[in-house]
Design a protein around this ligand. Structure first.
Ligand code: G3P
Ligand code: CA
Length: 279
């Protein structure tokens, strides 16, 4: 079971902050998740929302507007911790570059968020990954999984570097298990996995994903009953805000860290060599 720390250990510390990723890394999560936004001056920053109001504050007052309408310097004047608790008021919006520098041994699960509204996002992401040694052999080891709801964004990245492993996210309820199933063969042309909402996952979807050699990583799973249901169905990983709890469900014999990723990569490559592509 691959454990993806959703926005970090965001059940315990404010999402997409060093406090949250530090905690997730300390807990032993396999991947630290980042949602990308682009600033007005073309810097990739990590924030879930395209707007500031929900999580950004300056001197106790909400920062306002769209991320893309602000420069990085303007965004750095806001903090993104006090909305959750006062002790996190020192947490600033992080650039992706800062995140990659801070966690040299981590694995990253990076989402291109609404890339159609931030032209050039994919190119900047690929350049940063290259700069940090996260392409080439690191791509083959799945050190970074790139995820998106946008098929166009993923296909663009695949065309630029087919060795990078990609995850196609699918919207909750917009697509039922049946419609996701019908897309698995075409998704397998460019991606190594799918990320459905947990409520859309059933045995037929897991079977269809695996028949096409796609890993299946549902989001976002904190409820123990759902963890059990999805584990029993045979999903390959889960996004969670509570990485310690999901980690605690793993068998003691299961591989950890990079060894766990290697097992996932081996399973994928073996499947691609053997499995039929039809369901
Ligand atoms: O990326 C998986 C999951 O995080 C998608 O939902 O809105 O939390 O980015 P969201
Ligand atoms: Ca996300």
């Amino acid at each position: 079971m691959i454990v993806i720390a959703h926005r970090g250990a965001s059940g315990y510390a404010p999402e997409h902050t060093f406090a949250s990723w530090d905690l997730a890394a300390k807990m032993g999560a396999d991947y630290l998740e980042q949602d990308l936004q682009m600033t007005k001056d073309g810097v990739l920053v990590v924030l879930h929302d395209e707007t500031l109001e929900r999580t950004a504050r300056r001197n106790g007052v909400a920062c306002e507007g769209r991320v893309i309408d602000h420069t990085l310097a303007e965004l750095k004047a806001c903090e993104v911790g006090s909305w959750m608790a006062p002790e996190f008021a020192d947490q600033r919006i992080a650039t992706l570059d800062e995140v990659l520098k801070r966690y040299p041994d981590a694995n990253f699960y990076i989402e291109t968020k609404k890339p159609e509204e931030a032209p050039g996002m994919e190119e900047k992401l690929l350049a940063l990954l290259e700069e940090h040694g996260l392409t080439g052999p690191a791509g083959d080891e799945w050190r970074v999984l790139i995820q998106s709801f946008s098929e166009a964004s993923l296909r663009k990245i695949h065309a630029a570097d087919p060795s990078l492993p990609l995850i196609q996210l699918v919207h909750r309820k917009w697509e039922t298990s049946g419609t996701i199933r019908s897309r698995t063969a075409s998704i397998a042309e460019y991606a190594v996995g799918i990320g459905p909402h947990f409520s859309d996952v059933d045995a037929a979807l897991v079977e269809a994903a695996h028949a096409n050699c796609l890993a299946i990583h549902p989001y976002t799973v904190d409820d123990p009953a759902e963890v059990k249901r999805l584990t029993d169905l045979g999903v390959d990983g889960m996004f969670t805000n509570l990485p310690d709890r999901l980690l605690a469900t793993r068998p003691a014999t299961e591989a950890r860290g990079r060894d766990r990723l290697r097992a996932a990569v081996d399973a994928y490559r073996s499947c691609r060599g053997e499995a039929a592509q039809e369901i």
